[in-house]
Write a protein that binds this ligand. Structure first.
Ligand code: A3P
Length: 966
């Protein structure tokens, strides 16, 4: 394969190649990927048990055959033997039964008997982590590992990632790691022109990452010089990953660098250079023994002092049997100090599949950005033990389990200051175990002050199943009374709901009951916004209760024995030592894990898991682990992430797990199928009224504060929650299922068959509205009405005047729209409310960033005023409403009102009130001119947008406005 020109192969006539200095590399020369050796002869031979047992049976039958000669004695013998055989069979059957019942009895009631010991072989794993440096305490992260320098002040904390394609695997892994660590990034496909790199005198990116180093080396001269110039001027470093290729390179030189690579290697036993200045989060704790993932590693060889190895590995001797003796370590990650060209770089010989590279990647970002992209080294850990006192006999804690719990807790606390297990109890099941397990319950209570406690539900019932606040509170009170009697502390301010029920999706009754009974201030869930992907779990605050994201640790109620762990012990160990659990703590500053009481009995897998992972973290990272009670964690969390305080309400019907913990009395049918977004003063009330006349449609109930508009997605109503919003769309048929019919009416024929819709004219230009609306109603259709933005502004001014607004009454329209930024705030506010909604293209673009264009219907407001019958027919077709209602029978022009109105009977119409279709003087000429100019660019953008959206007519008013201005 002809690799990129700058990677020069070691062909004899390739004169650019510098001879390789190390003898160790000679052995690479003939390396083609080899097959693994046939190791089958080393495996134990197959057990012959099955064949021997069947042959034994065969022998018995055969013996009978030998003895069955025709003599009387023989027959007598046979007869007697048959009798004996029958008795033996009976005896054996009786024995089996007795043994069976004895085992049941002993395991259930006599749990300390030797029999139980025999049945339950002790398989408890020990938290032993192989680590040379485990007992040396990690250095104080605040003292060392600081990459910060003045240079960081000139760059933004953002990474520019060049990927091969938008779908490439390593590119995705890089992005995922950045998301997990909340590091901002921009993805660019290599080969295109460079994005803008600076913003005034600041660099936009702190580090440049190349998913494929070749793409950096093969950049065209112009772009390469531009990028290198940027890196030099802003002291920005480059990370490059050697990518796998079919061709095996042996000592190929990297263009323009005194650096050689060997590729497609299989390696093992990675270790780090403990003196590397790059190490910050990562600690050179030990050797990562064993084969490294993948068969396409690259190693670097260099002969210049600008290079310093960061990671080494060994060749996998099983794969390279000709290499006898000890091999010197090979450099798998290399730092370029930039002595040659003033650009610092870090080269990786393989991607992020290898766990140490994930850590080193974070350190590389931190180092190369002079600390601008450093992640915090502080990690807080809280381990909840749910279901205390709950659980089947045989799965609960015995006194020695409680001992183990306490002693592990103190060992962990030595490594994690402040660590205490956080116990969630359900009092109803106290003393429901075997004799010995009941002693375990007592022992927990004797040691009540050694732990922190929180209330679970009294009977472990899921709160979303309650639809009566008093009943829910009474159940909580039972647990509180239990806690008082047993001296369990009541003031943790924390609670957790069984199976996340009621926390998210929010069941308002739970939040109210928690407040009233327990004064809960903080809880945690894995479900917000969704269980997966875990890197996107977030927190929010609702009704003053902080909801923290909870992390997964791989233990569930039923994981009690190591040899029955799903996927085997290796799977759990993999998660602890380098895998999911380890990385969860590396990536999250605040970790709340849920475990269950059953994980602390039997093989005590939770004790094993947490002690092991903490040791592994100490071995391989410089993270400073601490713990604190939940309330402190909550406060700390929202200090770190204040932007998460606001919730985002998702659609429970879009997530099967959410549906399972959503009240049966709630239904997605209680959500609107379409929304009229506004903007204000374009005829939204008329449209709303006309639609409400349709028998297949039902609008929301009126709001006491905002009349026909709910105004949920903008402003403070959003914090009232989903239950509040849905209460505006009551289903008459309360037994409705949670079926989703968004996009088309339900076929049930009940009231649910009606389309719910809402109109809130402030949605159109609300900044947060499109995102919020899309989270809840991704399939909703959107209706927008547009009139001349100048007319709209004037109508709004008249509207505020009519409502007695002092500013509108004291200032002329011209004064309002020409008010400068130095004008008094109320005047500026009125100016903004007049002008901003009319920047139609801008607002529509924001909606279209969330919704596909097919879900958006744009009505020409002039047509709505002059020819509403056609407008309504078009709209019905867009909404796919059946049956289509012929509005010509229901709307009639009312000459007195000057607008179309609803037909009541032959002589009577029902028109909109006085506030709609007001009579006011025409706009003055100066204002008209000013607004024509003001909206020119916005109107031009609107025409462009409408054309881009396709098959949408350009409204006549828009054509007119543009022709007048030009
Ligand atoms: P004016 O009162 O300035 O004339 P909204 O309901 O969104 O607040 O819009 C009010 C505007 O709707 C009115 O503005 C009026 O021009 C327009 N409109 C359109 N059709 C109407 C109708 N059939 N009856 C009353 N007003 C109508």
């Amino acid at each position: 394969m002809e690799r990129i020109p700058m990677l020069m192969k070691t062909a004899p006539n390739d004169i650019t190649l510098t001879p390789l200095p190390s003898s160790s590399l000679s052995s690479f020369k003939d390396e083609k990927p080899r097959k693994f050796y046939d190791m089958r002869h080393l495996l134990p031979t197959k057990s012959p048990v099955s064949s021997s047992s069947s042959s034994t049976n065969g022998l018995i039958i055969n013996n009978y055959g030998i003895n069955s000669k025709n003599s009387f004695m023989t027959r007598l013998c046979c007869h007697m033997m048959k009798g004996v055989q029958r008795n033996i069979q009976k005896c054996v059957a009786a024995l089996v039964l007795i043994s069976f019942f004895s085992i049941i009895f002993f395991t259930q009631y006599m749990d300390s008997s030797p029999l139980v010991g025999l049945i339950h072989r002790d398989t408890k794993p020990m938290p032993l982590i192989h680590c040379q440096t485990l007992n040396k305490s990690p250095s104080d992260p605040s003292q060392t590992h600081d990459h910060r320098s003045e240079a960081r002040l000139r760059i933004d904390s953002k990474v520019l990632v060049f990927v091969e394609t938008t779908y490439s695997k390593l590119g995705r892994e890089i992005a995922e790691e950045l998301v997990y660590n909340r590091i901002k990034y921009k993805i660019e496909v290599s080969g295109k022109s460079l994005p803008v790199l600076t913003n005034l005198d600041k660099g936009r990116y702190g580090v440049i990452v190349f998913e494929n180093l070749d793409k950096y080396l093969s950049m065209d001269k112009w772009n390469r010089e531009l990028l290198d110039k940027y890196c030099r001027e802003y002291s920005v470093g480059i990370v490059g990953f050697m990518s796998a290729s079919e061709e095996t390179l042996v000592g190929a030189q990297l263009k323009d660098f005194p650096l050689y690579v060997h590729t497609n290697l299989r390696l093992r036993d990675a270790s780090l250079n403990p003196f590397s200045p790059v190490l910050r989060l990562t600690r050179a704790g030990d050797t990562a023994w064993g084969p490294l993932p993948g068969q396409d590693w690259a190693v670097f060889q260099h002969n210049h002092s600008t290079y310093e190895p960061l990671e080494f590995a060994q060749k996998n001797t099983l794969d390279y049997p000709n290499d006898n003796g000890i091999q010197p370590p090979l450099t798998t990650v290399l730092q370029d100090h930039g002595k040659l060209d003033n650009i610092q770089r870090i080269f990786f010989g393989a991607g992020l599949k290898f766990w140490l590279h994930r850590l080193l990647f974070l350190d590389a970002l931190s180092y190369l950005s002079h600390g601008q992209l450093s992640v915090s080294l502080n990690r807080m850990i809280l381990v909840d033990i749910d279901d205390i006192f709950v659980g089947e006999r045989g799965t609960r804690l015995k006194p020695d389990d409680v001992h183990a719990l306490i002693s592990t807790q103190s060992r962990i606390a030595e490594m994690v200051p402040g660590f205490r297990f956080n116990l969630g109890f359900s009092g109803k099941y106290f003393h429901h175990g075997t004799k010995e397990e009941n002693l375990g319950d007592d022992m927990l209570l004797r040691n009540v002050d050694k732990f922190t406690w929180f209330s679970h539900m009294w009977n472990h019932q899921q709160p979303h199943l309650y639809d009566n606040l008093t009943v829910l509170m009474n159940d909580m009170m039972l647990n509180k009374d239990f806690a008082k009697v047993k001296n369990i502390p009541l003031d943790s301010g924390y609670s957790v709901s069984p199976h996340h029920s009621g926390v998210y999706p929010v069941h308002e009754l739970l939040y109210q009951a928690w407040k009233n009974v327990w004064n809960v201030r903080v809880t945690s869930t894995e479900e917000y916004p969704h269980l997966r992907p875990a890197r996107l779990r977030r927190g929010f605050i609702h009704r003053n209760i902080m909801v923290l994201p909870r992390q997964t640790c791989g233990l569930f109620t039923h994981t009690m024995y190591i040899d029955r762990y799903p996927g085997g012990r290796d799977k759990l160990d993999e998660s602890i030592q380098r895998g999911e659990l380890f990385q969860t703590i590396v990536y999250n500053q605040i970790n709340i894990f849920m475990t269950h009481m059953s994980n602390y009995g039997s093989d005590r897998l939770a004790l094993y898991t947490f002690e092991s992972v903490i040791k592994f973290l100490r071995c391989w990272t410089n993270l400073k682990l601490t713990s604190a009670p939940p309330l402190q964690l909550g406060e700390h969390y929202f200090k770190l992430h204040p932007e998460e305080s606001d919730p985002v309400w998702g659609n429970p019907c879009e997530d099967a797990r959410h549906l399972k913990i959503w009240s049966r009395n709630k239904s997605c049918d209680s959500l609107p199928k379409f929304m009229i977004l506004g903007p204000q003063k374009t005829g939204t009330t008329a449209l709303y009224t006309f639609l409400s006349m349709h028998p297949s449609l039902a609008s929301n109930l009126p709001s006491p504060d905002t009349f026909e508009e709910i105004q949920f997605f903008n402003g403070n109503n959003y914090y009232r929650g989903l239950d509040w919003y849905m209460s505006f769309f009551p289903l008459q048929n309360a037994t409705s299922s949670n079926s989703v019919h968004i996009g088309g009416p339900s076929s049930t024929g009940s009231t649910n068959a009606r389309y719910f819709f809402e109109k809130s004219a402030t949605y159109f230009d609300g900044d947060l509205v499109p995102k919020r609306a899309h989270q809840l109603l991704p399939n909703a259709k959107l209706v927008v009405i547009l009139i001349s933005p100048a007319k709209r502004a004037y109508s709004w001014y008249q509207h505020t005047r009519a409502h007695g607004d002092i500013i509108a009454n004291n200032y002329s329209f011209y004064q309002v729209i020409t008010a400068t930024d130095t004008a008094p705030k109320p005047l500026r506010d009125l100016r903004n409310r007049c002008l901003n909604p009319g920047k139609y293209a801008q607002h529509l673009e924001r909606w279209l960033a969330f919704y596909p264009a097919q879900q958006l219907h744009i009505i020409d407001g002039e047509q709505l005023r002059l020819n509403p019958i056609d407008v309504m027919n078009d709209l019905q077709r867009f909404l796919k409403i059946a049956p289509i209602m012929d509005y010509s029978n229901h709307l009639r022009y009312d000459s007195k009102k000057g607008f179309y109105c609803q037909v009541i009977n032959e002589t009577r119409n029902k028109c909109l009130g006085k506030s709609k279709g007001r009579i006011y003087p025409e706009m003055d000429e100066k204002s008209t001119k000013i607004l024509q100019r003001y909206y020119l660019s916005h109107n031009t953008a609107l025409v462009k947008l409408l054309k881009k959206l396709g098959s949408r007519p350009i409204p006549t008013w828009l054509k007119n406005e543009l022709s007048t201005t030009t």
